[in-house]
Write a new protein. Structure first.
Length: 258
């Protein structure tokens, strides 16, 4: 199969190829080298790009619905407003990729590297991000409702104004994560590491599912506040927590008992 003079086949060498607006529905480009190619508005629905090199490829507004990109290298690629519904990106490298506004609903992103990726305003509803690396990723305003983020790494990620309602964050690493205005209602944070993060003190944190460690951490902070100017009732309530004030020390050896 030839498109714009380029041979479309497995292991094809398509470096800097111009394939914008092309219909590549269902094509087999396993292991192909597409470095620097221009694929703007291309239709790659159900295409097989397993192990393909898509470094620095422009995939703006490309339709990748149902496509297979397992193990593909997309480092430095542009996927702005790209459609990735039900796309299989397991073990793919998306480090530093621009996915602003992309549709990744129901996509498979298990064990995918998304370090420093731009996912601002992206739709990730029902997406499988188990064990994914989202360190330093920009997820501001993204939709992660019902997403699987179990054991994912979100260290120092920006989750401001992100919707994570009913997402599974069990055993996730959220150290240093920015959570201002994040909607965590119904999210499962059992076993998650929230050290040095900014927990939203608004209704967006209501009904979060937490564990003993999380409660111990909150009590640790509450019982270490200066309550001198609080009323008698408030002081009495806090005093009832005294017997639990050092429980968090069982989880963190660097916290001194009081």
């Amino acid at each position: 199969m030839k498109v714009n003079g380029y041979e479309i086949k497995p292991d094809a060498v398509l470096i800097d190829a111009v394939l914008k607006f092309a219909d590549l529905t269902g094509v087999n480009l396993k292991g192909a080298n597409l470095k620097g190619a221009n694929l703007i508005y291309t239709d790659l629905t159900n295409a097989d790009l397993t192990g393909a090199d898509l470094t620095r490829v422009n995939l703006t507004r490309v339709n990748l619905t149902g496509a297979i990109l397992r193990g593909a290298n997309l480092k430095g690629a542009v996927l702005k407003d790209t459609i990735l519904n039900y796309t299989d990106l397991k073990n793919a490298n998306l480090e530093g990729v621009n996915l602003r506004g992309a549709n990744l609903e129901n996509a498979n992103l298990k064990s995918t590297s998304l370090r420093s990726a731009n996912l601002k305003y992206a739709s990730l509803k029902n997406t499988d991000l188990k064990n994914a690396d989202l360190t330093y990723a920009n997820l501001r305003g993204a939709d992660l409702r019902d997403a699987n983020l179990r054991c994912s790494v979100l260290e120092d990620a920006d989750l401001r104004s992100t919707n994570i309602r009913y997402a599974d964050l069990e055993d996730a690493n959220l150290r240093g994560t920015v959570l201002n205005y994040t909607d965590l209602r119904g999210a499962d944070l059992t076993g998650a590491d929230l050290d040095f993060s900014c927990l939203p003190l608004w209704c967006g944190s209501f009904n979060m599912k937490v564990d003993n460690k999380f409660i111990s951490q909150l009590i640790c902070h509450i019982t270490r506040l200066d309550t001198e100017d609080c009323d008698k009732r408030t002081k009495e309530i806090i005093s009832k927590l005294d017997e639990y004030k050092n429980d968090f020390c069982n989880y963190r050896s660097d916290i001194e008992k009081i």
